[in-house]
Design a protein around this ligand. Sequence first.
Ligand code: ATP
Ligand code: MG
Length: 349
Amino acid sequence: MMLDQILLLYGIQPDEYQIEQFGDGLINHTWKVTTLSEAYILQQVNHHIFRSPFTIDQNISKLKSFLNKNHPEYIFVSPLPSLSGLTLVRTDQGYFRLFTFIYNSHSLNVLTKKEEAYEAARQFGKFCRLLSDFKADELGITLPDFHNLGLRYQQFLHACENASTEKKAKAANCISFVLENRDIVTTFEELTINKEIPLRVIHHDTKISNVLFDSEQKGICVIDLDTVMPGYFISDVGDMMRTYLSAASEEEKDFSKIEIRPDFFKAVCDGYLQEMGSVLTEKEKGYFNYAGKFIIFMQAIRFLNDYLENDRYYGKKYEDHNLNRAVNQITLLRKFQHIETDLQIMPDY
Ligand code: ATP
Ligand code: MG
């Protein structure tokens, strides 16, 4: 791909830069661009997933003005303007943006230490706290119904109706589990439809690779702001629980390796509440553990739906891949439910 023309839009000449593919992001295309004096991240936005890249760009620009005014010391990774002042450029090759490469930073692809869980949870909490006075409904929706558990459940019922008898037989235990745990959906609907917990500015993709760390392994800031939109704190806390508490990932096929690590739970709690403890309502705090159930259940349903619907969303690398992923997430949820009463947030938050 010819990136010379794109970089020229930012005043970077073809003979003055070096470029390499960067990171292991799954959604966008990312490169590191180095000149004699600067380092940048160049990104091509995946507009098949994000149908409206300009909505993302407008969201980031609104948040940037708010943070510049209210929290100017915060490192907010937002796209640089091109020579003509655009923070998202559209060419016949797609949608592109350029960021300053945050000096001395790196990201982690796998989380191994509870200190990393603490730092990451703290950064996602800090992001939400600094934006807690920003009116969330001023942001556009970049992925409609992304964490709408009610809809995912409806889609599950529909997928069951349409799936082959063979697939339904193979997935019978998973299907029963989802039906038996419908109360997780009911709770979500009560909380949101009755507005029992507030809409906030939520990151919605709290995986460990979306936090930048410094050389002392302290968190610097969060990145990957494409999914930042109005939502509920249970999305961010829940996805950290889903992805930080077990040493085995959602790809693990040996389900006996799936364990909830209580010290990692404490790290997520401490890190997040260090920042958000004074912001969350008492009602929200009462649903802290529910966050884990909410997201793990939703992810189990999404994998199961994809299995029943012939892997059209996640794809598969081997036979029954999405069924295995669903069983993996159900195992994780069972373990979480099993020790839930031992996992309590500290009373001093
Ligand atoms: P995902 O698969 O999580 O959706 P993505 O494709 O959207 O990822 P990003 O998470 O935005 O891509 O970026 C990919 C990687 O590039 C990050 O994990 C990080 O290592 C690096 N990166 C992104 N922005 C910066 C930056 N401003 N400074 C330094 N490194 C960065
Ligand atoms: Mg990322």
